[in-house]
Design a protein around this ligand. Structure first.
Ligand code: KIV
Ligand code: ZN
Length: 513
C-alpha cells in the first residue's frame, strides 16, 4: 500500500523569520488560505509568544483557515506554551509545537543547562502542551549535531510524555544525506516507543542539502517533512516544498509515497509568496523558476516539440504553469474578475472585489491583456494601500541621451504634502534621491532588482528594493507598466516598513528559554 507523507509548511514561521520577509496580518491570512488550497497537512502559523502581532496572526489563521491542522511554535517554557494554546483555541485541529535545543553547543553556550535539565524541561513542556492541546509536536533543536544516545533518551521521554510527532531538525544544515538518513533510521530502531509517534524532519539549506537530507530521512522512515514555499527560511532557507513534492511525484517508481498536495497550485502559491515577501525567485530555481521549463537550445526545442518527454520529466501544467494566461481585458466585468480570482484561490468579499475591480480597470486601460500575475499583483497593491505612512502622490521624470536625468516627486508623509526635485545618474537614481530627501529614516540600499511580471513591452515591471536600517532589513515591491514609477513604489513600500520593524518580537532560536 502507498504510504502517506505529511507536509508541514512553515513558510509563515521559519520563512517569515528570514531577513526582510516579515508579513502583516492580512498577508499572512492570504498565504495561509493559499496553503490550505494547496493541500498542506499542517500550517505552522507563527510563534505566538514572539509579539502581539504574531499572536493575533496565529489566532486569526486558526479561526479563519479551514482544512489543515494549525500549529503554533512555543519554546519549552510554560508562558510560550500557554500563549500558543490561547492563540490556537479557535482551530478545528490545533497542534502545539514545542522545542528545546539538545546539541552540546546549544545546551552549554545558549541555554546554559545540563543534558538532564534539558531532558526534564522537554518532558514538562510536552506534558503541559498535551494538557492544553489535542496534538503535540516536540522538536530537538540542532538534533543533527546532538549526541545519539542523548537524542534517543529525549525522544523516548517526550513520546512517553505525550508527543505524537517527533521532529528532528538539522537546524544549521550541517549533516549530509547518508548521515541524516542513518540518524532517522537509528532513532526509529533504537527508541522502544518509536511506533507511537510520527517522525518528522526539518532541514536547513546552509550546504544546499536541505531537500536531499529530507528525502534521505523519508527513505529511512520519516513521514512528515517540514518545508517552505520557495525554500524560504532562516539564512539559506528550509527545504523547498515544491521540490520535495515534485520529486516524490516524478519518481514514484522509487518512492511509493503520496502527499495531499494539489501540484497545479504550486506555481500560483510560489508567486503569491514571492510577491508578498518581496523575495524574488531565482529564474533557474527548480519547479517555480521562470526558466524551469524554458528550452533555449534549438536541439532541445526540436526534441520537446517532437515529444515533450525528451527534455521534460514533468509538464509545466502539472505544477501550475499555464500556457494560456491571458485572462481578462478592459471589457471584462466584475463577475469575470471574481471568478478568475476564485480560480487563483483568492476569495474576495464585496468590498475587496470593488477595490480590486477599480484597480483592474485602471490597469486594463494601460495594458491590453491582463494576466494572472497582474491580478495577483493588484491584490498586493490593495493590501499595501491604507496603512501607508508615506504615499506617492505624483512623479515626473525627464531623461534622454543628452539630458541629465531629473525627477520631481510629490509625497504625502503622515498627512503632509511634500515636494522635491533631484538630479541623478539615471531616472531611477534621480527619483530615489528625490524621495529620500523627503523622508527619514532612509535605510541603506542593499538590493534593487527589476523583473517583468509578464511578457511584452507593455508588461508591468516588478521592482524589489531591500533596505537595511541598523540590523533591520526590509523588502518593498512596486509594480507598474512604467518601471521608474514601479521603482518609486518599491522604495516607498520598503520605507513604509521601516518604523514597523521596531516592534519585531523575539527570535525563537536566539532568545534562549
Ligand atoms: O531550525 C530549527 O531547529 C527550528 C525549530 C524551531 C524546529 O526552526
Ligand atoms: Zn528552522
Amino acid at each position: 500500500m502507498t504510504d502517506r507523507l505529511y507536509i508541514f509548511d512553515t513558510t509563515l514561521r521559519d520563512g517569515e523569520q528570514s531577513p526582510g520577509c516579515s508579513m502583516n496580518l492580512e498577508e499572512k491570512l492570504r498565504v495561509a488560505q493559499a496553503l490550505a488550497q494547496l493541500g498542506v497537512d499542517v500550517i505552522e502559523a507563527g510563534f505566538p509568544m514572539a509579539s502581539p502581532g504574531d499572536f493575533e496572526a496565529v489566532r486569526q489563521i486558526a479561526e479563519r483557515v479551514q482544512g489543515p491542522t494549525i500549529a503554533g511554535l512555543a519554546r519549552a517554557h510554560p508562558k510560550d506554551i500557554e500563549s500558543a494554546a490561547r492563540a490556537l483555541e479557535p482551530a478545528a485541529q490545533a497542534r502545539i509545537h514545542t522545542f528545546i535545543a539538545t546539541s552540546p553547543i546549544h545546551m552549554q553556550a545558549k541555554l546554559r543547562m545540563t543534558p538532564d535539565e534539558v531532558l526534564e524541561r522537554a518532558v514538562e513542556a510536552v506534558k503541559l502542551a498535551r494538557s492544553l492541546a489535542p496534538e503535540v509536536e516536540f522538536s530537538a533543536e540542532d538534533a543533527g549535531r546532538t549526541d545519539m544516545d542523548f537524542l534517543c533518551r529525549v525522544v523516548e521521554a517526550t513520546i512517553a510524555a505525550g508527543a505524537r510527532v517527533i521532529n528532528i531538525p538539522d537546524t544549521v544544515g550541517y549533516t549530509t544525506p547518508q548521515e541524516f538518513g542513518a540518524r532517522i533510521r537509528e532513532l526509529i530502531e533504537r527508541v522502544p516507543n518509536s511506533d507511537q509517534a510520527i517522525f518528522s524532519v526539518h532541514c536547513h539549506n546552509d550546504l544546499g542539502l536541505a531537500v536531499a537530507n529530507s528525502l534521505a530521512a523519508v527513505e529511512n522512515g520519516a513521514r512528515q517533512v517540514e518545508c517552505t514555499i520557495n525554500g524560504l527560511g532562516e539564512r539559506a532557507g528550509n527545504a523547498s516544498l515544491e521540490e520535495i513534492v515534485m520529486i516524490l511525484r516524478t519518481r514514484r517508481d522509487r518512492y511509493d509515497i503520496e502527499t495531499g498536495i494539489d501540484t497545479t497550485k504550486i506555481v500560483p502559491t510560489s508567486k503569491l509568496v514571492s510577491q508578498i515577501t518581496g523575495m524574488p525567485v531565482q529564474p533557474n530555481k527548480a519547479i517555480v523558476g521562470a526558466n524551469a521549463f524554458a528550452h533555449e537550445a534549438g536541439i532541445h526545442q526540436d526534441g520537446v516539440l517532437k515529444h515533450h518527454e525528451t527534455y521534460e520529466i514533468m509538464t509545466p501544467e502539472s505544477v501550475g504553469w499555464t500556457t494560456n494566461r491571458m485572462v481578462l481585458g478592459k471589457h471584462s466585468g466584475r463577475a469575470a474578475l471574481k471568478a478568475r480570482y476564485a480560480e487563483l484561490g483568492v476569495e474576495l468579499d464585496k468590498e475587496e472585489l470593488d477595490a480590486a475591480f477599480e484597480r483592474f480597470k485602471e490597469l486594463a486601460d494601460k495594458k491590453k491583456e491582463v494576466f494572472d500575475e497582474d491580478l495577483l499583483a493588484l491584490l498586493d497593491e490593495g493590501a499595501a494601500a491604507g496603512e501607508e505612512r508615506i504615499r506617492l502622490v505624483s512623479l515626473h521624470v525627464a531623461s534622454g541621451t543628452k539630458d541629465t536625468p531629473v525627477a520631481a516627486v510629490e509625497l504625502e508623509v503622515n498627512g503632509e504634502m511634500l515636494k522635491a526635485t533631484s538630479e541623478g545618474d539615471g531616472p531611477v537614481d534621480a527619483a530615489f534621491k528625490a524621495i529620500n530627501s523627503l523622508v527619514e529614516p532612509n535605510g541603506k540600499l542593499l538590493l534593487y532588482a527589476v523583473n517583468a511580471i509578464t511578457a511584452g513591452t507593455d508588461a508591468q515591471g516588478e521592482v524589489t528594493v531591500r533596505l537595511a536600517d541598523g540590523d533591520r532589513i526590509v523588502n518593498g515591491q512596486g509594480k507598474d507598466t512604467d518601471i521608474v514609477v514601479a521603482s518609486a513604489k518599491a522604495l516607498i513600500a520598503a520605507l513604509n516598513k521601516l518604523p514597523d520593524m521596531h516592534a519585531r518580537g523575539e527570535h525563537p532560536q536566539y532568545s534562549g528559554v
